[in-house]
Design a protein around this ligand. Structure first.
Ligand SMILES: [Mg+2]
Length: 318
């Protein structure tokens, strides 16, 4: 097995006949990286590790047959994005319908015809690439290119649970552009959007460690998930963010804080314990942000997680 080069498709052939594997491999060579397994169980294991875009699956196999393998693939959330094409000697309409009903995207009849195999594989690899792109877009904020709030919320839940299992400290930063309404009033919404894109660029640059995730939380508010980050690192990160956003030097003459665009940052971190929730951690970050605003803006404030709740929502401090 060779490692996939970026952007290259992976095709997994599962067939209990070595001659068929050899023949199919030769036919699809050049369309991607080709892996194979000679049993359903081995095929599922390889699929879990390698996440192939396409699985060419023999229907008639000893032991676990193609339908059972396809069913296991459909049920596994990690494998659901792999498309299955059945390869079968049964070419009746009933057999074809059974394949599609089982969750396959297509089927290839035996005996194998090189042109048919290549055309089907090409078509479905293209479709898979388009779906992957759509999936990525669904997670993205259209203006800034950062992740959107919905995706952030799902990742926060996942990371919170993972940090609880491994007793690691999960950090959060909430970032809010200071006096953004005044900026829009002065320059208009189009330039307001350009300002948000610039700020988002700084936030993206600051979240490049593995697992770090930056999202637009709404309006002029951003959020960053900081895996395996303790309290001490938060202050440094918050200082860096404020400094870099100010250094963009985007003129903001009507802002009372400074004549350029600044941001306030609320930070917190926690090793999640039993009874702790991701919502409470987010609420703590929100309280820290409120404190950063209240104490003069253009600064980070780190608050210990588990501090008493009860941020008063004061529209004057926005
Ligand atoms: Mg067979």
């Amino acid at each position: 097995m060779t490692a996939a080069t970026p952007g290259e498709s992976t095709i997994l052939i599962i067939d209990d006949n070595a001659d068929t594997i050899r023949l199919l491999s030769a036919m699809v060579r050049g369309q991607g990286r080709v892996l194979f397994a000679t049993s359903g169980a081995a095929g599922i294991d390889i699929a879990r590790l390698q996440r192939p875009q396409l699985i060419l699956l023999d229907v008639e196999m000893a032991g676990m047959d193609g339908f059972a393998v396809c069913d296991a693939i459909q049920r596994d959330p990690d494998l659901r994005s792999s498309a299955v094409i059945f390869v079968t000697a049964q070419s009746t309409a009933e057999a074809e319908i059974a394949c599609l009903d089982a969750g396959a995207v297509d089927f290839i009849p035996k005996p194998l015809n090189a042109a048919v195999v290549q055309a089907r594989v090409r078509t479905h690899l293209r479709l898979q690439a388009a779906l992957a792109k759509l999936d990525g877009l669904a997670h993205q904020d259209g203006l800034t290119g950062l992740f959107n709030r919905r995706y952030f919320d799902s990742q926060l839940a996942t990371e919170f649970a993972r940090h609880r299992r491994h007793r690691m400290s999960l950090g959060l930063a909430l970032i809010d552009v200071d006096h953004f309404k005044l900026y829009n009033d002065r320059y208009g919404h189009q330039q307001g959007d350009a300002c948000l894109s610039e700020v988002a660029g700084v936030i993206r640059d600051g979240a490049r460690r593995p697992g770090e995730l930056a999202a637009r939380y709404g309006g002029e508010e951003f959020v960053v998930l900081l895996p395996n980050t303790d309290h001490a690192a938060l202050q440094t990160y918050g200082d860096w963010l404020c400094r870099r956003i100010a250094a963009l030097n985007l003129a903001h003459p009507t802002a009372p804080t400074a004549p350029y665009v600044t941001a306030s940052v609320g930070l917190c971190a926690q090793i999640p314990g039993e009874g702790d929730t991701a919502e409470a951690l987010l609420h703590t970050a929100d309280m820290a942000l409120y404190e950063a605003k209240r104490s003069g803006r253009n600064r980070p404030v780190v608050v210990a997680a588990g501090a008493p709740p009860g941020r008063a929502v004061d529209p004057a401090v926005a």
